[in-house]
Ligand binder design. Structure first.
Ligand SMILES: Nc1nc2c(ncn2[C@@H]2O[C@H](COP(=O)(O)OP(=O)(O)O)[C@@H](O)[C@H]2O)c(=O)[nH]1
Ligand SMILES: [Mg+2]
Length: 227
């Protein structure tokens, strides 16, 4: 399969928050009813397109979404797991307060192991469909997102609400970083920036597009905006 860019994202968060279900619904369009325990390192792939604003050729993106290997305790994920990842989906379960408390621990892991201390991350509060069991208020989630400078989405791997928009927002952030971080210390980005410049010499702004419209309602408005 041909593509212009390979983007590698990781999905992180406590066991049981819905990471594997999220990827299953996002990639295959279905909710896997039975409990899936992820064994071994696993990734799913999805093709997207990205349209440069200057009307340049549409870029074909092959998105690799890496799932954790069922070893979701902090520090059990090796540095190798984080290597080369360009964006991160950090997930907690809206019905499980501990998974929300542990977001801070995941942030420490990310700041330690990711290619930079400030990688592109979106925060997802999952299982939005279980509204009657909600244990984390939107206000508290937004406050945490603001503290870390993250964009926050509420999602449901069951109904698919918020999935495509949250991933698309992360693609947009990563493509933006590639466009602006010529001097990055991250070799994978360097290589990609060179290929962007080859493809589109004038380094235009990028505007992310997809088959369906971006629904801004899904992006939870925090006082602090990433950009
Ligand atoms: N109601 C509901 N259940 C979910 C949702 N996402 C995951 N689950 C369920 O939560 C459990 C854990 O999901 P799983 O994807 O294995 O979590 P992981 O350990 O983070 O990969 C499973 O029983 C899923 O069916 C969701 O959005 N809504
Ligand atoms: Mg899993």
């Amino acid at each position: 399969m041909e593509y212009d860019y390979l983007l590698k994202f990781l999905i992180l968060g406590n066991s049981g928050v819905g990471k594997t279900s999220f990827l299953c619904q996002y990639v295959d369009g279905q909710f896997c009813e039975r409990y899936i325990s992820t064994v071994g390192v696993d990734f799913r792939e999805k093709r997207l397109t990205f349209q440069p604003l200057d009307g340049g050729r549409t870029q074909r993106i092959n998105l690799q979404l890496w799932d954790t290997a069922g070893q979701e305790r902090f520090r059990s994920l090796t540095t190798a797991f984080f290597r080369d990842a360009m964006g991160f989906i950090l997930m907690f379960d809206l019905t499980n307060e501990q998974s929300f408390i542990d977001v801070s621990n995941w942030m420490v892991q990310l700041q330690t192991h990711a290619y930079t201390e400030t990688p592109d991350i979106i925060l997802c509060g999952n299982k939005l469909d279980l509204e009657d069991q909600r244990a984390v208020s939107k206000r508290n989630a937004l406050d945490l997102a603001e503290r870390y400078g993250l964009i926050y989405f509420e999602t449901s791997a069951l109904t698919s609400v918020g999935l495509a928009n949250s991933v698309r927002r992360l693609v947009q952030m990563v493509m933006k970083r590639m466009e602006t971080s010529v001097e990055t210390e991250f070799p994978v980005f360097k290589k990609r920036v060179e290929s962007i410049q080859m493809a589109v010499p004038n380094r235009p702004d990028f505007d992310y597009q997809d088959d369906f419209d971006y629904d801004e309602e899904d992006e939870q408005k925090s006082r602090c905006h990433y950009c």
